[in-house]
Design a protein around this ligand. Structure first.
Ligand code: AMP
Ligand code: MG
Length: 341
């Protein structure tokens, strides 16, 4: 398949192509998305093929206007509406009970659907021209680091998708926060740019993100992992967590090089390694490539691009400095841990 490249002035055309069944990658404020008409089973099928994505990993549906939610969500609870009013458009995905119109393929057979209204002007314009809800996972091959530039999308998906919108690099660089609103209390399923601290301001009853010990094992391997937790929250079984957000157990965000989590740069690194973190390594450390970031936000913005750059350089190890798990540090450490598995 020949992939077409779209500049900004051709966004209307790219949007209309999605409506007629094409698979088009586009920028959002979090990462680049790979969009298809969410109401067409056939179109959505192409997303899974292009990415090599397992079909039990559900997709996030993107909308430009709140009234598009009616076709997707069977109901919107008062708490969900509060979250919408506070954070949409923006990097917050909400999970609702789904309507019959949403194909099972989009939700991996779940009775719920994940929806987001992105804040990026290019994404909103594209969605408006599409005129349909757009299912869009990150625009990368399944398992690889998410794409934060159109060049990264090209690297993974050239020849596998109908089009790529050539927008600016993404500002956030980490995927959206996912909150389930279908239960008695809203719950963070995936940490992201919108932090627990921000969510709790609007929704004091929200349950924080409950990290899994291992993200890649099968259900049977860690059945009892969630039975006891020290937070005082009711124990959730592993089954329940996987049922509510099945995609979380898959391999994610991994570059070809092995990712090592380090508390400080190695005193003596080899030239087959790269380093990203807040602290400048000792000049004699010997890393082939180094990226120093000012804070966790910058770290999140640059992480996936650094993974890809390191892979192009052919390093064997990427040393990533750990950060405190507060604010956006929770999402950053979640991605780092998954990348290092
Ligand atoms: P990605 O599109 O790669 O950013 O991943 C989307 C993620 O959103 C999935 O892996 C799930 O963790 C989550 N998700 C999507 N749909 C649902 C849903 N219906 N219920 C719970 N989580 C969902
Ligand atoms: Mg993804």
């Amino acid at each position: 398949m020949q992939t077409e490249y779209f500049a900004r002035d051709r966004l209307p055309e790219a949007g209309r192509k999605i409506a007629t069944g094409a698979l088009i990658a586009f920028p959002t404020e979090t990462v680049y998305g790979l969009g298809a008409n969410a109401l067409s089973n056939e179109s959505v099928q192409k997303i899974f093929q292009a990415k090599g994505r397992p079909s039990d990993n559900p997709l996030i549906v993107h909308i430009a206007k709140q009234d598009e939610l009616k076709a997707l969500a069977a109901s919107v609870s008062p708490v969900a509406q509060r979250l919408i009013d506070a954070f949409w458009p923006g990097p917050l995905t909400l999970v609702f009970p789904k309507t019959e119109q949403v194909p099972d393929l989009v939700t991996a057979g779940l009775s719920s659907v994940a929806v987001r209204m992105p804040a990026h002007p290019w994404a909103l314009e594209l969605l408006e021209y599409a005129g349909v809800p757009v299912a869009a996972p990150s625009a990368n091959r399944s398992g690889s680091p998410s794409a934060t530039t159109w060049q990264a999308v090209r690297e993974d998906l050239d020849g596998r998708v109908d089009g790529i919108v050539c927008g600016p690099p993404t500002e956030i660089g980490l995927e959206s926060t996912v909150v389930d609103t279908t239960g008695p209390r809203p719950r963070i399923l995936r940490p992201g740019k919108i932090t627990y601290e921000e969510l709790v301001q609007v929704c004091p009853e929200i349950e924080p993100y409950l990290p899994k010990v291992s993200h890649t094992q099968d259900v049977d391997d860690n059945e009892n992992e969630m039975e006891s937790n020290k937070s005082g929250r009711p124990a959730l079984t592993e089954d329940k967590v996987l049922l509510n957000s099945p995609g979380l157990r898959h391999r994610h965000y991994q570059p070809k090089a092995k990712v090592r989590l380090v508390s400080e740069p190695l005193a003596k690194a080899d030239s087959q390694s790269s380093f990203i973190g807040l602290q400048l390594p000792n000049p004699s450390a010997g890393y082939l490539e180094i990226q120093i970031v000012g804070n966790a936000e910058e770290y999140g913005r640059d992480l996936f691009d650094f993974f890809r750059r390191s892979d192009r350089l052919g390093v064997l190890h990427i040393d990533c400095q750990i950060v405190p798990e507060v604010g956006v540090g929770v999402a950053l450490m979640d991605r780092l841990k998954r990348a290092s598995e």
